[in-house]
Every structure is written in C-alpha cells, then in structure tokens.
Write a protein of this length. Structure first.
Length: 199
C-alpha cells in the first residue's frame, strides 16, 4: 500500500493553518463592524415619539409604525453588511473552506449583537423617566432604540455566508486534482504488475 509523501501532509497542514489565521482575521474585523452597524442604525432608524404628563409617559402616536420601521432598518443594514462581508472575505481569501465560513458566521453574529447594543448606546437614553423629567411635561422626546424582532440578528450571518459560498463556487481557487501514480501500486513495466520478481 502506498502512502502520500510527508511533504504533502506538511503542505496541507500549512494551508489549514493559513486558512484558520485568515478566518480569525475575518471574524475579528466583521465583529468590529458591528459598531458601524449600530451607529448607522441609531442614525437612520425612525424615532418613536413619547410624551409625558406629571404621572406617566405615553406614546405620542399609538398607531405609529416607527418601532417596526426601526426593525426594518436594522434588517436592511444587516443585509448590506452581509453582502460586504461576503465579498470582502472572498477577495481576502479566495480558497474558501470551512474555517472561513465559520469565521464569517461567528463574526457576523457577534457583529449583529454588538450593533444591537451599540444602537442603544448611540441612540436616545434608555432612562425614559429621567429623560421625561429633563424635557418636562407635555414635551415630545424620543424613546430608546429597541429591536423587537430578534430574528433580525441572523440576517448578517445568513447573507454573508451565502454570498461568500456563491462567489467561491464560481470564482474560487480550487486545489489541483492529485495525480495517481500507477507505478507505486503496480511497479514499472520492467518489474511486472507486482514489483520485481525473484530470479
């Protein structure tokens, strides 16, 4: 039985190590982009108007759709981030592979969570009572930015992985097909099918 040369195994280990290092880079960069997502969400999401009296805080427009609009903006921004992440990861490492897919997925999930948190930090204060007291009774102010549909946190990862897999399948770098060495199994023509014969 013939075994692959040791140098081939070393090459594969080196390629795997490179794949893992690049996947970690993509994971970290993608996660940090969550801050950008949060800032854009706080800037672009429609604000929910509140108004207070001496006793309580109420929605100014009980039939308003600003809360749903905030969720929609988060989803759209996440889809855009997923598209950019998938393309960027492909241009950074055209070989693809499982480590890169895992790096994109985990980085996007972390980025989406960080964007959700950052949107609250960058948006109106979460202390509604203190905010109402600060502006005074009868004055309209913005409610804290909240994400109602938690499933939106998966949009970035889904699109990022899908785009990367699609680009890799069409334009990715593929490993060359290994050449089968017949001589290693059947011997050379002068030796016969089972190697050299005893005289």
């Amino acid at each position: 039985m013939a075994y692959p040369p040791a140098e081939n195994a070393c090459d594969r280990n080196a390629e795997l190590a490179t794949d893992i290092r690049k996947a970690l880079v993509v994971l970290v960069v993608t996660a940090v982009l969550g801050l950008v997502l949060g800032a854009l969400w706080a800037w672009l999401a429609p604000k929910v108007p509140l108004i207070s009296t001496d006793k309580a805080v109420f929605l100014k427009d009980t039939e308003g759709e600003e809360a749903a609009g905030a969720d929609g903006v988060f989803v759209l921004l996440s889809l855009g981030m997923g598209l950019l992440t998938g393309i960027g990861a492909f241009l950074f490492h055209r070989r693809g592979g499982i480590p890169m897919v895992v790096g994109i997925a985990l980085g996007a999930l972390m980025g989406a969570w960080l964007g959700w948190m950052a949107g609250g930090w960058f948006g109106p204060t979460a202390d509604v009572v203190a905010h109402a007291k600060a502006v005074g009774a009868g004055v309209v102010f913005d409610a804290p930015l909240k994400l109602g549909a938690k499933g939106a946190l998966l949009a970035w990862a889904f699109v990022g992985v899908l785009v990367h897999l699609g680009l890799t399948a069409v334009w990715g770098v593929r490993d060359p097909e290994p050449e089968f060495e017949w001589g290693a199994y059947y011997g050379t023509p002068s030796q016969g099918a089972h190697g050299p014969r005893d005289a």
